[in-house]
Design a protein around this ligand. Structure first.
Ligand SMILES: *[C@@H]1O[C@H](CO)[C@@H](O)[C@H](O)[C@H]1NC(C)=O
Ligand SMILES: *[C@@H]1O[C@H](CO)[C@@H](O)[C@H](O)[C@H]1NC(C)=O
Ligand SMILES: *[C@@H]1O[C@H](CO)[C@@H](O)[C@H](O)[C@H]1NC(C)=O
Ligand SMILES: *[C@@H]1O[C@H](CO)[C@@H](O)[C@H](O)[C@H]1NC(C)=O
Ligand SMILES: *[C@@H]1O[C@H](CO)[C@@H](O)[C@H](O)[C@H]1NC(C)=O
Ligand SMILES: *[C@@H]1O[C@H](CO)[C@@H](O)[C@H](O)[C@H]1NC(C)=O
Length: 433
C-alpha cells in the first residue's frame, strides 16, 4: 500500500507552497489524496477526516472516518486525562473522550476552565463520541464581557446543530438555536431568560433533550423551549428540516467580537472585545467555568439500519435520519496521513508510528480566512512538535467559516459564524517514506 502511494506522495512533497483546497457541499474536495473536508471547509487527511469531517463536501461519502457511536457517560474535571489535542487523536474514542484546542486550558477545584487570553481565539472542547439522540447536560458559569461568547452545542458533520450560546454582553439570557444541514434561518433562534443574578456568577444546568420527534431546551430542570420535528416540515422539499444526524457535543469560548470579524458578528456579540477588561487584567484571560457534563444516549430510531454497534456511517448523501447506518466499521486511522478511503495508511511505520511517519503542513496561512492576520498560527493553543524530529505544525484556530464577503453578509453570515464557531487545528499530514 505504501508502495502504491509513493508517486502521489512524492508529487505532493514537491509542491512547495501547499494551499489547502476549499470545500463545501456544492464544491467537494477534488483530490483523492486530500479527500476530507474539515468542519471549516478545507481539504486534508488525518484530523480532517475525523470529528467534523463533512461527508457531503468531501471527495466521496466514505472519505471521512466512520463516527464512534454514542456512549452514556458523566464527565468531571479532576484532570484532563481523558482529553487530547487534535494531533494526538486518531479516532479511538475509547482512549480519549475529548479533543481540545486552547492555549491555557486547565482544571481547578474539579471544574474545567475554558480560557481566552488576550488576542487569542479561546478554547474548544469536542466530544469524540457522537450522539444520535440523547440528553446532554452541562453545569456552566458563562464567560462575560462584550464580544465574548460561550457555547454548549450539538453539531453534526453535515451541520445539523442544536445550540446554547451565551453572549457576554447579556448575562441574564442564554440564546438557543437549531440548524438543519447548515441552512441559515434567522427564525430558528430563541432566547431564554435565566433566573438569578447572572450567568457568569451563578451555576446553572443547561440541557438539550433530543429525540427523533423533538428538542427540548431545559434550564435548571424546566423546559423553556421545545422544537417539534413535525413543525419543521418543508412542503416544497417534502423534508423535515430538523436536526437528525449523529452530532458531537462541543463546548467553547470564542471571540465573536474580535475586531477582524464581520460587523454583523461583532454586533451580535454585543460589540468589540476589550482585551484590557477586568478579567484579562485580573486573571490573564476571559474564562467560562464548566462543571459536570453528562451524556445519556437514547436508542437509535427503531427503523435504523443496523449491522453492528461500533460506528455510524452516512449511507446516502441526502444525509437525513434514514441515511444513517450503525455498523461495525472501525473508526480509527492508522496515522495522520490516513483517510476514510485508506484507514491503514501509515500503519506499517510501526515503532514510533505516526509521528515519525508523518510530516505536516500548516494550512492557516493558506488562506483559511478564519482569524485575522499574523497571530493565527502563533496563537494556536496546541502547536506541537512530535518526537523524532518530524514536525507536526498546526495552523491553530479558525473561527467560523471563511466567508470572504464580509460586508454584505449581515445577519446570515453572523449566524453562520455563530453556528460554525470553533477551533481548528488543521493538520495536513503527508506520509513520508
Ligand atoms: C462553495 O465553494 C465554491 C468554491 O470555493 C464557491 O465558489 C462557492 O461560493 C461555495 N458555495 C457556498 C454555498 O459556500
Ligand atoms: C465499512 O466497512 C465495510 C466492510 O468492511 C466497507 O466495505 C465500507 O467501505 C466501510 N464503510 C466506511 C464508510 O468506511
Ligand atoms: C482504543 O483505546 C483503548 C483504551 O486505551 C484500547 O484498549 C484499545 O485497544 C484501543 N483500540 C484500538 C483498536 O487501538
Ligand atoms: C435575544 O437577545 C438578544 C440580546 O441579548 C437580542 O439581540 C436578540 O434579538 C434576541 N433574540 C431573539 C430571537 O429574541
Ligand atoms: C423549503 O425547501 C425549498 C426547496 O429546497 C427551499 O427553497 C426553501 O427555502 C425551504 N423553505 C424553508 C422555510 O426552509
Ligand atoms: C498579535 O498579538 C500581540 C500580543 O500577543 C498583539 O500585540 C498584536 O497586536 C497582535 N497582532 C494582530 C495582528 O492581531
Amino acid at each position: 500500500m505504501v508502495r502504491f502511494v509513493t508517486p502521489l506522495l512524492l508529487a505532493s512533497l514537491s509542491v512547495s507552497a501547499f494551499a489547502a483546497q476549499k470545500c463545501n457541499s456544492s464544491s467537494q474536495c477534488k483530490e483523492e489524496k486530500y479527500p476530507c473536508c474539515s468542519q471549516y471547509g478545507e481539504c486534508g487527511t488525518g484530523a480532517y477526516c475525523l470529528g467534523g469531517c463533512d461527508p457531503l463536501a468531501s471527495f466521496s461519502l466514505d472519505s471521512c472516518a466512520p463516527m464512534p457511536v454514542c456512549e452514556s457517560k458523566t464527565y468531571t474535571w479532576e484532570n484532563l486525562d481523558n482529553a487530547v489535542t487534535q494531533d494526538k487523536y486518531l479516532g479511538n474514542a475509547s482512549a480519549a473522550d475529548w479533543t481540545y484546542s486552547g492555549k491555557e486550558v486547565k482544571t481547578e477545584d474539579g471544574n474545567l476552565i475554558m480560557t481566552m487570553p488576550a488576542n487569542s481565539v479561546g478554547t474548544l472542547f469536542a466530544n469524540n463520541h457522537y450522539v444520535w439522540y440523547g440528553k446532554v447536560s452541562g453545569k456552566f458559569k458563562s464567560s462575560r464581557g462584550k464580544g465574548v461568547v460561550t457555547a454548549f452545542i450539538l453539531l453534526s458533520d453535515v451541520k445539523d446543530e442544536i445550540d446554547y450560546e451565551w453572549v457576554g454582553a447579556d448575562l441574564t439570557t442564554v440564546q438557543t438555536n437549531y440548524y438543519w444541514q447548515g441552512v441559515l434561518d434567522w427564525h430558528n433562534s430563541g432566547n431564554i431568560t435565566v433566573d438569578g443574578e447572572d450567568t457568569f456568577n451563578d451555576w446553572h444546568t443547561y440541557e438539550i433533550d433530543w429525540t427523533p420527534e423533538k428538542v427540548d431546551w431545559i434550564v435548571d430542570g424546566s423546559v423553556h423551549r421545545t422544537l417539534k420535528k413535525a413543525d419543521t416540515y418543508n412542503e416544497t422539499s417534502k423534508q423535515y428540516e430538523f436536526p437528525q444526524t449523529p452530532a458531537r457535543l462541543q463546548m467553547s469560548l470564542w471571540p465573536a467580537g474580535q475586531a477582524s470579524n464581520a460587523q454583523g458578528t461583532i454586533d451580535w456579540a454585543g460589540g468589540e472585545i476589550d482585551w484590557k477588561s477586568e478579567d484579562i487584567e485580573e486573571s490573564g484571560y476571559y474564562y467560562a467555568t464548566v462543571g459536570e457534563v453528562s451524556v445519556k444516549c437514547y436508542d437509535a430510531p427503531s427503523d435504523a439500519k443496523k449491522t453492528g454497534d461500533k460506528a455510524y456511517i452516512y449511507a446516502n448523501s441526502a444525509a437525513m435520519e434514514s441515511d444513517i447506518s450503525i455498523t461495525d466499521n472501525s473508526t480509527i486511522l492508522a496515522s495522520l496521513g490516513a483517510t476514510g478511503l485508506d484507514m491503514d495508511l501509515g500503519a506499517d511505520k510501526s515503532s514510533s508510528s505516526s509521528s515519525s511517519a508523518s510530516n505536516s503542513i500548516p494550512t492557516g496561512s493558506g488562506g483559511s480566512g478564519g482569524m485575522s492576520g499574523d497571530n493565527t498560527s502563533s496563537d494556536s493553543g496546541s502547536g506541537t512538535s512530535t518526537a523524532d524530529g518530524s514536525e507536526t505544525s498546526t495552523s491553530g484556530f479558525t473561527q467560523g467559516s471563511s466567508t470572504q464577503d464580509s460586508g454584505a453578509a449581515g445577519q446570515n453570515e453572523r449566524v453562520l459564524r455563530g453556528s460554525l464557531f470553533g477551533v481548528l487545528v488543521a493538520l495536513v499530514v503527508l506520509v513520508t517514506l
